[in-house]
Structures are given as structure tokens and as C-alpha cells.
Design a binder for this molecule. Structure first.
Ligand code: CMX
Length: 446
């Protein structure tokens, strides 16, 4: 059993009581109104999902278990000599609401290492995918290739009592989180490895460093090792902190995972569904658009651009009826704290990179330019404004792969949420749908 199990069980028992009393008392209490706008507008602003692990706040940005990103950066355990939160510590937080102590973290890291292994058959299956298949398709299929080992699905077939669903869901959730770097690594190797052998998992490295190794970001030169170790960690923590693991339950990947999970489908089936949603251009693919915007700018103005050039470029973009990618948000009304983390990261680790400098200059110029249009609700940058440029800096220029990085990180959020959904016994989702005709009749009270 997992080292996190006992801690989690105590919290779950407590929260189950709170939840059941709350439901009984407030089952009929109104908390909002549904408008025609909500029904026609993709349920925007409509509260309809119970999701325990995180909440997106319009000003503070994302909160994990009531902690904002800055608190997480400050309080989370880090690797020796590292500055960024360890994903393993963040996963523990998402599950339990607390950070692990040193001993718990150590045991949890070694547990995830053990769970991160794929069978020979699973590896072979993934390696047999066509090399030109989109990395997200391979990733989702790779997760599905591991599904036959679902412990939850087996327990369900064996007739487990529903009060115990969460136990094997936890087993699967941890397995999925542990395996996704390996699956994503195999996909990278398959698509871009040019036949190079896939490195094995290295027990001396942590979760993130192993993933970086699969992406080929390593160097055997010993004298370089220390520098590289830090860069490698910096790079990979950047991935996790910026494609941040969770962004409450209403975004497409989290909601798709949650919805499919509500049928009591196992965590592999649910997560793969979420990843298929993440593969859409309006969701996980937006960071590519943003990078393209910056690269097109460089093509036009070269590397000796001025802030005046940026202003012109934004004006032309708006005049041609396009949006400025990386700016604005459906919920946030401030600079996205995830962007601030990117900026802080870049200030510390990256010097003299023209593309990164362009990101910083855009931040000085674009909010004003967008505010002047008078219609943009939030002229501030979101996470996508900087992430692509940072990945490019580290030589990761395979644009099609960026969403897979996002997917690896998202596993931590949506899988912890699924454990809680089963623990609270949430029912199958089944909202009503309406035809336009019905909706029109409702408006007239017919
Ligand atoms: N550039 C130009 N115009 C913008 C804009 C931008 N970055 N952001 C908003 N607007 C415009 C909208 O297109 C809309 O114009 P119309 O009234 O002519 O249709 C108007 O401002 C009002 O929109 P809004 O209320 O500010 O924003 P929405 O909630 O409708 O949309 C979003 C939010 C993110 C889709 C939008 O800001 C956008 O398209 N941004 C650029 C793309 C982007 O960065 N996407 C990644 C989001 C990251 C994430 O979801 O985490």
C-alpha cells in the first residue's frame, strides 16, 4: 500500500462526514442562477462541479488546497540545491492538503520510482506506434496501453464494496502519475529519437530528472555534471510549475477526466479522456500559437527590435481581426501567477536570450495596447505568454510535443481529484440538455 494511504484515509473519513452532513442540510439551498447566457455560452461562470483539489480565483490565480502559487513555491519541498517545488511534494499536497515531511517525501519518491516501471509489452506497444502519429495521440494511446493493469477495474470486477472504491483508485492514480513521464518519454523517443535507444529509469534521479533524461536532456561529461544537474532540474521544474498540474475542475481536461470517472470508469480510461480534450487547439495547444506569434515577430523584425515595433505588431494583429495569444483569460483578471513564475524563473536562470527578452518586453507593452481597445476584460498575460520561449531556450523545439508536457503535469491534478471524487461517492454526472426550441419556450414560461 502507498505511504500516503494512512494519512489520506484519516482525512477522507473526516471529510466524508462533513460532506454528508452538508448535503443533508443544504441540499436545497440556492447558490446561483442559470441564465440563457450560461446555457448558450459553454456553461461559463456556472458552478456545477464538486472538485476538491484546487480552485481558480480571478485575482490570486490558482489555489491548491487553499494555497496560492507563491505560497506553494515558498513552502513546498525542493530538491537539494533546487529552487522550484518538487512535483512529488505537490502531488502529496493535492492528495492530503498538506506537504509531506522529509521522511514521507523520501519514501513517496521511492514509491513513485517503483510504480513508474512499464512492462516490456507496454513499452513495445508504445514503441510500435507510427513515428508520425501526433504525440498527443500516442500519449493518450500509451496511457490506454497500461489500462489492462488497472487495480480499480479488477477490484470492481471482483465486487469490491463502494466504500472502498477510493483505495484502488488511489493505487491507480499513483500508478498513472508515476508512469506518465515514462509513457511521455517513450513518445518523445519514438517521434524524435531517430532510432536512439530509450534510456532506462535511473534510481539515482528523481521523478522530474528521470523525465528530463528521457527527453535527452543530459550530459555524461562529469565536469559539467553539477551545472547540468541544476539546469536540468531548473528546466524540468519549470515544466511542472508552469504547465501547472491543476486548474480547478471546469477546464476541459479536468472536467473530461472527472466526467468519465463519474461512470466509475477506472483512472486510466478517465485520464486518457482528459488528454484527448487537452489535445484540442483551444485548450492545450494555445502555447504553440503564442510561440508562433513571437517567432513570426522575430522573422519580421529580426533580433534588433524595439518596443515601438511590438506596439506596431500588436496594432497590425488586432487590425487583422486576430487575438494576441498569451494575453487575456476567461476567469483571471490579473497577470497569471503562472506567468509570474515563468518570469521569475527566466530572470534567475536565463540571460541574453532574445526570445525570452521579447517575452519580457511584450509584458511591458501589450497590456497597455490591449487595454486601449476598451473591450478586453483582462489585458494581462496568461501562462502561455512565456512557456514556449522558455522551452525553446532549452532546445525543446518540437512544438507538437509541448501539449504532452502539459499532459504529464496535469496527471497530478486530475488523478488526485479522482481519488477524492470516489472517496466522497460522487454520482454519475447527468445534466439536462435543451433544444433551442425548449430553451425559447422556457424563456416564455411555456
Ligand atoms: N487579444 C485581442 N483581443 C482580445 C484578447 C486578446 N488577447 N483577449 C480578449 N480579447 C477580445 C475578445 O476577442 C472579445 O472581443 P469581441 O467582443 O470582439 O469578441 C473581447 O476582447 C472580450 O473578451 P474577454 O471577455 O476579454 O475574453 P473571453 O473570456 O471571451 O476570452 C480568451 C478569453 C483567453 C479566450 C481571450 O482572452 C483570448 O482569446 N486570448 C488569446 C488566446 C490565449 O492566450 N489563450 C490561452 C488562455 C490560457 C488559459 O486558458 O489558461
Amino acid at each position: 500500500a502507498s505511504v500516503v494511504r494512512n494519512k489520506l484515509e484519516a482525512k477522507i473519513v473526516e471529510q466524508q462526514k462533513v460532506f454528508s452532513a452538508f448535503k443533508k442540510e443544504h441540499g436545497n439551498t440556492k447558490i446561483g442562477e442559470i441564465t440563457v447566457g450560461s446555457v448558450c455560452g459553454g456553461m461559463r461562470g456556472m458552478a456545477g462541479i464538486l472538485y476538491e483539489t484546487s480552485k481558480l480565483h480571478p485575482i490570486q490565480g490558482i489555489n491548491y488546497r487553499e494555497k496560492d502559487l507563491y505560497e506553494i513555491k515558498e513552502q513546498a519541498p525542493r530538491a537539494e540545491g533546487g529552487r522550484e517545488p518538487l512535483p512529488e511534494g505537490v502531488l502529496w499536497l493535492l492528495l492530503t492538503g498538506e506537504f509531506p515531511n522529509e521522511q514521507e517525501l523520501k519514501e513517496f519518491q521511492s514509491e513513485l520510482y517503483q510504480r513508474g516501471h512499464l512492462s516490456k509489452d507496454e513499452e513495445r506497444l508504445i514503441q510500435a506506434f507510427p513515428k508520425d502519429m501526433h504525440p498527443m495521440t500516442q500519449f493518450s494511446m500509451g496511457v490506454m496501453a497500461c489500462q489492462p493493469n488497472s487495480k480499480y477495474a479488477k477490484a470492481y470486477r471482483d465486487g469490491v464494496h463502494k466504500s472502498k472504491y477510493w483505495e484502488t483508485t488511489l493505487e491507480d492514480a499513483l500508478d498513472v502519475c508515476a508512469k506518465v513521464p515514462r509513457i511521455a518519454g517513450l513518445v518523445f523517443n519514438n517521434s524524435y529519437g531517430h532510432g536512439k535507444p530509450m534510456p532506462d529509469q535511473d534510481p539515482s534521479l528523481d521523478y522530474s530528472a528521470n523525465y528530463a533524461r528521457y527527453l535527452g536532456i543530459e550530459d555524461k561529461n562529469f565536469s559539467e555534471l553539477m551545472r547540468l544537474y541544476l539546469v536540468l532540474h531548473a528546466y524540468i521544474y519549470f515544466i511542472f510549475i508552469n504547465f501547472i498540474s491543476d486548474h480547478e475542475g471546469g477546464n476541459v481536461s479536468a472536467h473530461a477526466t472527472h466526467l468519465v470517472g463519474s461512470t466509475l470508469a477506472d483512472p486510466y480510461l478517465s485520464f486518457a479522456a482528459g488528454m484527448n480534450g487537452l489535445a484540442g487547439p483551444l485548450h492545450g495547444l494555445a502555447n504553440q500559437e503564442c510561440l508562433r506569434f513571437l517567432l513570426d515577430f522575430q522573422t519580421k523584425y529580426g533580433t534588433k527590435w524595439t518596443e515601438h515595433d511590438i506596439r506596431d505588431y500588436v496594432r497590425d494583429t488586432l487590425a487583422s481581426g486576430k487575438v494576441v495569444p498569451g494575453y487575456g483569460h476567461a476567469v483571471l483578471r490579473q497577470t497569471d501567477p503562472r506567468f509570474m513564475c515563468e518570469l521569475e524563473f527566466a530572470n534567475h536562470y536565463i540571460h541574453d536570450d532574445n526570445l525570452v527578452n521579447l517575452v519580457k518586453a511584450c509584458y511591458r507593452v501589450i497590456p497597455d495596447a490591449l487595454a486601449q481597445t476598451g473591450k478586453v476584460s483582462n489585458p494581462w498575460p496568461n501562462v502561455d505568454a512565456g512557456s514556449g520561449a522558455l522551452l525553446m531556450h532549452y532546445g525543446l523545439n518540437q512544438f507538437d510535443y509541448y501539449t504532452v508536457l502539459f499532459g504529464v503535469s496535469r496527471a497530478l491534478g486530475v488523478m488526485s481529484a479522482q481519488v477524492w471524487s470516489r472517496a466522497l461517492g460522487l454520482p454519475i454526472e447527468r445534466p439536462n440538455s435543451l433544444t433551442l426550441n425548449h430553451l425559447m419556450k422556457k424563456v416564455k414560461n411555456e
